[in-house]
Design a protein around this ligand. Structure first.
Ligand code: F6P
Length: 529
């Protein structure tokens, strides 16, 4: 069946209240699935078994497309590339253009391990002694993955301090460099293309800063890139350049060289465990029946809420303070992958592709934006996640509260509070019309969807599994929508225009620009004068 015809049919299946559906034990069981250390519950959604079955029918192409991806076929058709981030954490041979890529993957990983160990044990030294600080300079996928994962795995962090500089705003570099000694700092320039203006600007500033203390600053630089010619031109010795192929997309790259700062922070063993967790999720995605497959179920509820119910956004709500950067990471993963408007064939999509993705860790978000989630007019499907145990056993009472809050929020979204209930709560304080008016403000519509992912504890394996789960969810949604999830042409125009605006900010004639841009630039230049 055509996907969009299926979506039309599914629209006719919305309507039942979630609380009513939860009375059906068989349905609930079909909306709760396990894989490795994860239990994923999507029973607090308005999905019926009938809707789930139709969604599964619409996912019929997923197995063949999935197999094509894992097999190294060139499924990124606008860039004519294979999509093989899974090979970075894989063990089985994968052939691209007749050649097994795995020996190269293993060799690079071995080189990363050796370098990470040298930095960690002081064999690799700066001008002033053992490395105390590592600065990863990169942006987008060359920053978000290692920055997010280094924070997430802080309890495993026993290497040098790690810092992440991404923004071309000089404030980012300046604030980071403040406490650093160039003589004991290693700078890692992370850029797949080694052409990204923000990263190269920050890298040049870092080299200049390093030169104050290190006569040959390139000796305290490493690079993570697929453009070895450019890293050499920059002055970084090839022994400290860790390359990867064009079949690794930026937002999918934390598993290989782009993860070097993470590996230096937590050590090669914990990094291996991170890869292993992702590999286990890959195996599950490849082998579990679609109806029991976590990435597929996560994708199906995404399609249900965005394309069928028409909810424009989804919130990622990890009840884990160390996952503070996960919403930003998933924002790039999902929005750069599926923020598209044409099919693989280049035809306009008849409906929306990826939703807006946003979020914050709980419980902080509860005291900020949950007001809208509970009482705003537009429902926001919420994706909760929480561990059974925290990493601070001595503070377990905090963790118990964290769990209680996470479960309370999905329960509140589900149950809501009727006008009669609201009235009963305040009947001793108000009466008559004022009671009705006050009660109206305390009504929660309820019947708001959420899913919950739970796991025993946030370990390197579990983190790897969560990221792979979301990667494959993006893939499944992309396949169902018939789009290319692996290009990102939407970022190009802004980059080109920024280049053309550069000279105008220096004062060159701006008369070719639109009236708004001219006025803004004119005022900014006046204030700069
Ligand atoms: O913003 C576009 C983008 O290409 C992302 O996809 C990528 O993660 C980021 O820029 C950084 O690119 P690079 O690693 O080539 O510097």
């Amino acid at each position: 069946m055509n996907f969009w015809n299926g979506i039309d049919r599914l629209r006719g299946m919305t309507g039942p209240r979630i609380t009513d559906l939860l009375g059906d034990a068989e349905r609930n069981a079909s909306l709760r699935a396990q894989a490795g250390p994860f239990l994923f519950d999507l029973s607090k959604t308005s999905l019926t078994q009938e809707a789930l079955e139709l969604l599964l029918e619409l996912a019929a192409d997923v197995p063949s497309r999935r197999n094509a991806m894992f097999a190294g076929q060139r499924i990124n058709t606008t860039e004519d590339r294979a999509v093989l981030h899974t090979a970075l954490r894989g063990t089985e041979p994968v052939t691209v253009d007749g050649e097994d890529v795995m020996p190269g993957v293993r060799e690079t990983l071995d080189r990363m391990r050796a370098f990470a160990e040298d930095v960690r044990d002081g064999t690799f030294r700066g001008k002033g002694g053992a490395i105390t600080d590592v600065v990863n300079i990169g942006i987008g996928g060359s920053d978000l993955g290692p920055a997010m994962a280094t924070l997430a795995l802080a309890p495993w962090h026993d290497g040098p301090r790690c810092h992440f500089v991404s923004n071309v705003d000089g404030a980012d570099w300046a604030e980071t460099a403040k406490g650093l000694d160039p003589a004991t700092t290693l700078v890692i320039v992370a850029s797949k293309t080694f052409t990204t203006i923000e990263t190269l600007t920050n890298a040049r500033t870092a080299r200049h800063w390093m030169a104050q203390a290190v006569p040959d600053p390139g000796t305290q630089f490493a690079a993570l890139s697929s453009a070895e010619d450019k890293t050499t031109d920059f002055g970084i010795d090839p022994t400290r350049v860790f390359g990867f192929e064009d079949w690794v997309g930026g937002r999918y790259s934390v598993w290989g060289p782009i993860g070097l700062s993470l590996m230096i922070a937590v050590g090669p063993d914990a990094f291996d465990a991170f890869l292993r967790g992702a590999r286990e999720m890959d195996d599950h995605f490849r082998t579990a029946p679609l109806a029991r497959n976590l990435p597929v179920l996560l994708a199906l509820q995404g399609i249900w809420h965005h394309q069928v119910c028409g909810y424009p956004t989804r919130a990622i709500l990890p009840y884990d303070n160390r996952l503070a950067r996960l919403p930003a990471y998933l924002q790039q993963l999902e929005m750069e992958s599926n923020g598209k408007a044409v099919t693989l064939a280049g035809d306009p999509l008849p409906g929306p592709a990826g939703p807006v993705v946003w979020g914050e860790p709980g419980t902080n978000g509860q005291h900020a934006f949950y007001q809208l989630i509970h009482q705003g007019k537009t429902p926001v499907p919420c994706e909760f996640m929480v561990a059974a145990r925290g990493q601070e056993p001595e503070l377990d009472h905090h963790h118990r509260l964290l769990i209680a809050n996470c479960l309370a929020q999905s329960e509140a979204l589900l149950k809501g509070r009727s006008h009669a209930e609201a009235r009963a709560i305040i009947a001793d304080r108000f009466s008559g019309e004022e009671l009705e008016r006050q009660a109206a403000h305390r009504v929660f519509p309820g019947d708001r969807p959420s899913t919950t992912l739970i796991y025993p504890a946030l370990t390197p394996e579990v983190l790897g599994g969560i990221l792979a789960l979301y990667e494959h969810r993006v893939f499944v949604e992309g396949v169902m929508l018939g789009i290319n999830s692996f290009d990102q042409w939407g970022v190009e125009l802004g980059k080109e225009l920024a280049t053309s605006l550069g000279p105008l900010v220096e004062g060159e004639d701006a008369s070719a620009k639109d009236a708004s841009t001219q006025a803004l630039l004119g005022q900014l230049l006046d204030w700069r004068a």
